[in-house]
Design a protein around this ligand. Structure first.
Ligand SMILES: Nc1ncnc2c1ncn2[C@@H]1O[C@H](COP(=O)(O)OP(=O)(O)O)[C@@H](O)[C@H]1O
Ligand SMILES: [Mg+2]
Length: 372
């Protein structure tokens, strides 16, 4: 019978070793680590289950099949509990043996494949974990740096605030005494002396404007934002009216889109429009006629507001300088100013969570876009 079984399995392509004793079988298991062991329960020198024990140790994924003639169901169940893959009762049917061996091997393959997948997953998990750890460390470092930066910024703001403040008093006295000289000693001064004093006064007034702009800038950075509904169109109309009133002789046409409502800080947003409008007004002043437009457009799917004029424009090569404090693309002799307006505007826009950028062409005008 046994030889029939061996021959039959070999014919099916398996490499088969037959042992008559438990001892010999265990030695074979230790030496060869077979995929499947078929064993009787009772062997001349021991129990088939001893082979099962050594198989579990040598090759845990291998299968043990109990072949038993008069095993009670209990014995079979005990063997299964102990780790046997299956049991076949004698006299056995060859088809059943083949099916059992085939399935046992297939199950082993799946098991190994599964193990491999689990290991892969664990490896992936581990490197993901490492990546997350690295990212966390980077984020922590970044947070630390930004806290330090914020502190430095606050200090700088406080410094510029107090410096600007302290500069005002001596400046007032320079301007005041120059004025006193001009008025009270007019007859003792010749024209050149008067001219010098007039220049001193103009310069100190220019410096006063700079200081005010600087103070304003640091105030904007520190101000708390109070968001509420703001009608930008109405604001723009008021500003346009103010500008026209100041220089009624200028031929400037305003085109202001109606109904533009946003959520934001009314005072700060007024400062934004005021700066952009007064720039548009100023940089169109060399043209006999001008048009200033305010409206809404879409940019990258975002609501984008714009202020456009057809004035002096600017060279796009230097657009990066536009929003820097004290940066100007035009000479003071051409257009007066402090160069702090757009820096202030940019800070306000950013504090509202938006961005600002500009397009321009020399003598063709400029457009300032912002989101909120
Ligand atoms: N509408 C505009 N057309 C052309 N250039 C502009 C316009 N607005 C701003 N600029 C350029 O940006 C510079 C910075 O603007 P800003 O900060 O408001 O300073 P200021 O108005 O005091 O010159 C200006 O000096 C000018 O060169
Ligand atoms: Mg300005």
């Amino acid at each position: 019978m046994r030889t029939t079984l061996v021959a039959n399995l070999e014919e099916a392509g398996y490499r088969v070793t037959a042992c008559n004793q438990a001892r010999a079988a265990i030695e074979h298991v230790e030496k060869d680590a077979p995929d499947v062991v078929l064993a009787d329960l009772r062997l001349p020198d021991g129990s088939g289950l001893e082979i099962l024990e050594s198989l579990k140790e040598i090759k845990p994924e291998a299968s043990f099949v109990l072949v038993t003639g008069y095993a009670s169901l209990e014995t079979a169940v005990a063997a299964l509990n102990q780790g046997a893959y299956a049991y076949i009762s004698k006299p056995f049917n060859m088809d059943e043996v083949h099916a059992t061996v085939r399935n046992a091997i297939r199950q082993q393959r799946l098991l190994l494949e599964n193990q491999r997948l689990v290991e892969n997953l664990q490896q992936t998990n581990k490197s993901l974990g490492e990546e997350i750890g690295e990212r966390q460390r980077a984020e922590e470092a970044l947070a630390e740096r930004s806290t330090a930066l914020e502190a430095a910024n606050r200090e700088l703001e406080a410094f510029s605030y107090s410096v600007s403040h302290d500069l005002r008093a001596p400046l007032r006295s320079i301007d005041g005494f120059s004025q006193a000289l001009l008025e009270d000693y007019a007859e003792k001064l010749d024209e050149q002396g008067k001219d010098y004093l007039t220049r001193i006064r103009a310069s100190s007034q220019q410096m006063g404007e700079l200081i005010d702009a600087l103070l304003n800038l640091s105030r904007v950075v520190r101000a708390e934002i109070h968001r509420e509904a703001v009608n930008l169109s109405e604001m723009a109309k008021e500003l346009a009216a103010e500008l026209k009133q100041r220089e009624p002789r200028r031929q400037v046409e305003f085109a202001i889109q109606g109904g533009l409502e946003v959520k934001g800080d009314p005072q700060l947003l007024r400062a934004v429009l005021e700066n952009l409008f007064s720039n548009a007004w100023k940089f169109t002043s060399k043209h006999p006629r001008a048009r200033i437009e305010f409206g809404l457009t879409q940019h990258d799917g975002k609501q984008t507001y714009f202020v456009r004029d057809d004035g002096a424009g600017f060279d796009m090569t230097y657009k990066a300088k536009l929003f820097g404090a004290f940066q100007r693309l035009h000479k003071a002799a051409e257009f007066d100013g402090t160069g702090v307006g757009l820096a202030t505007v940019q800070r306000i826009v950013r504090r509202h969570g938006g961005e600002i950028w500009a397009e321009g062409e020399v003598e063709k005008g400029a457009t300032f876009y912002f989101t909120l």
